[in-house]
Design a protein around this ligand. Structure first.
Ligand SMILES: Nc1ncnc2c1ncn2[C@@H]1O[C@H](COP(=O)(O)OP(=O)(O)O)[C@@H](O)[C@H]1O
Ligand SMILES: CSC[C@H]1O[C@H](OP(=O)(O)O)[C@H](O)[C@@H]1O
Length: 397
């Protein structure tokens, strides 16, 4: 992988993307290249360039100088492309099997050229279709344990850790999360977006001082706890999967934050899919939450025992303390994710596609109650079984 610095930024077009791949000689000279812009995310352009002769293909992801979902009125740093490239490379040091290969990057052009994963499906879409992704939670548990443990002070030299923290300073993207996940949904802010039928439920959240106190504490952890290199946006739209393989994409929100944030976003997004289903089809999602956590604990504990560099990793009880704090925080972060995906700026198809409309509204009301209960009861929920019991209990309120 080479990183080249060109002089001028300009957004690529489909023909520009083909010209770039030719200039970089990424395909054979006599190839017949076709290109489509396939980006469906909130922020960036994504081009798929394919040689129609060999069927070989690559992905070129390019940051725009603004948030695509809002437009030029929301300027956004191009530096997120550098963060994404380097996060993918860092994660590949520990779990190459779970991230796309990076072929090339250019910080000035704000592009990352990577492996095309179109053989897989975005897991949010697969779960909405009711597909089985039997290995996704085992893989994600391992992805979380290894990427987080091996970038934390539990395993790396203190000077190296600080250099990594500096490399992944990501204030603009963190500010989006600080606002959209931890602040705006809890106040009457104009980024919020919800159906008029939810007005009373939303008002209840805004008036709930006990809830807001817990959210304040979670936001403070997000702002200050530089525990490990977190992915920072690990929802099911950032996970490609099929029955055998899993790949995590889109780490442009990566920074040094609390381990529980990544774990909580995974829990929250599995749970959002669970509640979008009829009760009899929910169990598989609770099982995914349980497997994610159990594999995370197993792999994190193995790494801690074998590769713990911090001297206190040898002290009895410290690992258990760290794991229980991660779980507690994950429960709270999951609650924030559920609330913001229901009434904040960035929604999820799991809820927005529910038909008929009345069922969509009642499921969203339920999501708000579940999110609030998780946040307020973080300390009481100690493991995935209690997590599921709490949700089920809330559903029956
Ligand atoms: N490596 C890849 N292989 C195939 N498709 C990809 C790849 N990366 C992104 N995509 C497609 O582009 C979409 C948006 O990508 P994403 O990285 O989530 O962009 P954004 O940062 O704008 O959210 C994904 O949902 C997926 O359909
Ligand atoms: C204005 S950004 C909103 C939202 O979009 C990001 O998700 P993605 O890039 O995967 O579409 C992130 O979750 C932000 O909170």
């Amino acid at each position: 992988m080479s990183t080249k610095k060109s002089s001028v930024y300009e957004p690529l077009t489909e023909s520009g993307a083909i010209a770039l791949t030719k200039r970089l000689q990424l395909f054979e000279e006599n190839s017949n290249l076709l290109c489509n812009e396939i980006g469906d995310g909130n922020l960036n352009l994504v081009f798929k360039v394919k040689d129609s002769k060999t069927e070989e293909s690559i992905i070129i992801k390019q940051a725009l100088p603004y948030a695509k979902v809002v437009g030029e009125s929301w300027p956004l740093t191009l530096d997120r492309a550098r963060i994404e490239t380097h996060a993918l490379l860092k994660q590949a040091e520990f779990v190459p099997q779970y991230v796309p290969k990076v072929f090339y990057s250019d910080e000035k052009l704000a592009i990352t050229i990577m492996e095309d994963l179109s053989r897989l499906q975005i897991s949010r879409a697969a779960l909405i279709e009711g597909k089985d992704l039997p290995l996704i939670s085992k893989h994600i548990g391992e992805f979380l344990a290894k990427t987080l443990f091996y970038t934390s002070d539990y395993s790396v030299n203190q000077h190296y850790k600080k250099a990594l923290v500096k490399q992944f300073i990501n204030p603009d993207l963190c500010k989006i999360t600080e606002d959209l996940v931890f602040t705006d949904p809890f106040f009457d802010h104009d980024t919020n977006d919800y159906e008029p039928e939810l007005e009373q439920d939303v008002e209840r959240i805004w008036q709930d001082q006990a809830l807001k106190l817990e959210v304040a504490k979670l936001k403070q952890k997000f702002l200050t706890k530089a525990e490990a290199l977190v992915h920072g946006d690990l929802h099911t739209g950032s996970i490609f999967a099929d029955g055998k393989e899993t790949k995590v994409i889109d780490p442009e929100f990566a920074y040094f934050g609390p381990i529980g944030f990544d774990v909580g976003q995974v829990f929250g997004n599995f749970l959002l899919n669970a509640i979008s289903r009829d009760v009899e089809n929910q169990e598989v999602l609770f099982k995914h939450i349980e497997t994610t956590w159990n594999v995370f604990v197993e792999e994190f504990s193995r790494a801690w025992k074998n590769d713990g560099l911090e001297i206190f990793t040898k002290v009895d009880g410290y690992l258990e303390h760290v794991l229980s704090e991660i779980f507690e925080e994950a429960v709270g972060f999951a609650g924030c994710e559920i609330i913001r995906r229901t009434i904040g700026l960035a929604h999820v198809a799991d809820l927005d596609l529910i038909q008929p409309y009345e069922k969509r509204i009642s499921t969203k009301q339920l999501a708000l109650t579940i999110g609030s209960e998780l946040i307020k009861n973080q300390k009481a929920i100690k493991d995935p079984t209690q997590f599921k019991d709490y949700v089920k209990q809330t559903v029956n309120l």
